[in-house]
Design a binder for this molecule. Sequence first.
Ligand SMILES: NC(=O)C1=CN([C@@H]2O[C@H](COP(=O)(O)OP(=O)(O)OC[C@H]3O[C@@H](n4cnc5c(N)ncnc54)[C@H](OP(=O)(O)O)[C@@H]3O)[C@@H](O)[C@H]2O)C=CC1
Ligand SMILES: C[C@]12CC(=O)[C@H]3[C@@H](CCC4=CC(=O)CC[C@@]43C)[C@@H]1CC[C@@H]2C(=O)CO
Length: 279
Amino acid sequence: HYLYSARDAFTPAMLQGKRVIVTGSSMGIGEQMAYRLAEMGAHVVVTSRSQEALQKVTSRCLELGAASAHYLVGSMEDKAFTESFVARASELLGGLDMLVLNHITSCPMSLFRGDMNMVRRVMEVNFLSYVTLTAAAEPLLSRSNGSIVVVSSLAGKVPTPLVAPYSASKFALDGFFSSLRREYSMTKVNVSVTLCVLGLIDTNTAMRAVEGIMSMPSAPKEECALEILRAGALRQEEMYYGASTWMSPLLMNPGRKLLEVLLSDYFNANLFVSKKTDP
Ligand SMILES: NC(=O)C1=CN([C@@H]2O[C@H](COP(=O)(O)OP(=O)(O)OC[C@H]3O[C@@H](n4cnc5c(N)ncnc54)[C@H](OP(=O)(O)O)[C@@H]3O)[C@@H](O)[C@H]2O)C=CC1
Ligand SMILES: C[C@]12CC(=O)[C@H]3[C@@H](CCC4=CC(=O)CC[C@@]43C)[C@@H]1CC[C@@H]2C(=O)CO
């Protein structure tokens, strides 16, 4: 009942007119999320490193019915770009209702052999830039009672060979954003945090990467994009897509959820004054 009642509660009107940033949206799941948002009449800002691809995505968004569509070109490896991005994007949008953190740096599937430069790049782009963007977006989302949507992977919940640095970055997202969700709850900040745990999705990047390495079914990026946005609009804590149905109850990890609540009771409640009064 819980699963189906939540699904029934979503309507495209929930995102009509909403002001949404989607990172990593020149291709793949991010591109499809931009199109689903456009179809629902949202205002979208898309971003990645490729201006030509972004121009095509924003044109397609306007054709599909976006209330507005803009792009900002830059790399999330560039500290200055990442730190200024949310202010620039929210100026184009006139505020912010949903921040969809989706981008990742390229990471071929291979055994870890000590490439620390690659580990640093993966942690910088896949994790630290998400934290930077969230810090900049928090005041805007707090004002709009908005939503943060973090796109992760089965590899962010289950140790996975051949993608160790990528898996580390996705586990880090779970640790940081699940903790931030507890802080928001304890300080009465009405911003939702949705962690999206995805199985194999049929993007060009993924299909190229697994060729000859893994043979497993992949789920469609178009539906994946809609399911991510549905979960964000419904303010769900976690969503699971593209993995076998029997995996979801295991991924929900009720033991961790119980400990999360129990441990919160050990903290001095006076520490959790509303963030709105903090400097
Ligand atoms: N596809 C799958 O099987 C799965 C995907 N996921 C997750 O879904 C999300 C999207 O994956 P997917 O669509 O397959 O990925 P893609 O490779 O298709 O898209 C990645 C996006 O990130 C952008 N990007 C890459 N490097 C940078 C950078 N340095 N700065 C800013 N943007 C950058 C790319 O654009 P550009 O090159 O123009 O910068 C592109 O728009 C990721 O978070 C991934 O972890 C999770 C599980 C499975
Ligand atoms: C890393 C990447 C995206 C993933 O998360 C998958 C990985 C291939 C092996 C996998 C199987 C699964 O069932 C869960 C997802 C994943 C760990 C993919 C290889 C390249 C993909 C990427 O970088 C984004 O497209």
